[in-house]
Design a protein. Sequence first.
Length: 262
Amino acid sequence: MNEAIHSSDAADSGSPAGATYPDLEALRARAASLNVEFAALDADARIQRAFELFGDALIATTSFGRDAALLLHHLQRLNIPVRVFFMDTGFHFPETLAYRDTLTKQWKLRVQTVESDNLGRRQYEVIENGKNGPETHITNIDACCGINKVEVQRKFLALPDVSAFMSGLRRDQADTRKETPFVMVQRGKIKFMPFADWPSEQVDLYLRLWEVPEHPLAAQGYTSIGCSPVTCTRPPVDGDARSGRWANEAKTECGIHLDKEI
Ligand code: SF4
């Protein structure tokens, strides 16, 4: 099932950008306690415990990128029927959308595709002539991510039936992620990262052992797959898995994994 909803469908009653959340300190204390508990569990048990705690108020988030199947396959294998939110920025590779459809159908996932309804969502897109023909560039990557990712995420996290979310974030993906806990608070919701301590070798082994379908661009050498403009995703260099993301720019994160607005 793949249901498309727009960001304006989300409750506008959620906390606005930059707002403080009620009982935030109590929520952070709860997350800290859960973080200690989760450190002693394996990934299966972390996911099962998160669902036991929050039930249908727990959602999963995914980009349907290179490692997306790790979390999604666990949900399917463990029979955890949570809603899966996918942000369609409007700039994804066609292969990513096809991969979404393949996994959704094969594993009967409850995918909800969410996108910005901002009329200026493509205002930073320009087409330029490149070495191999026309290339799409983004002239202001922070603003574009702000509209098409951060704002969309903020709205669906504000939905009244969402209390917690799960992400496949891992510590060895980037320097900015090396302190990733198993549980934290982001935008007033509990965030679970059951694979925080999984190295990439363990991810690859899991996906091979379970013969999980691979993202179509993985065979072309892409190790981290975001949006398709050349500004945003290129093949990696020097063995650094995320070096192709916003290459030649200072930017390393789109903002959806940071507990602040950009
Ligand atoms: S990754 Fe690139 S195209 Fe995608 S939202 Fe961010 S700036 Fe825009």
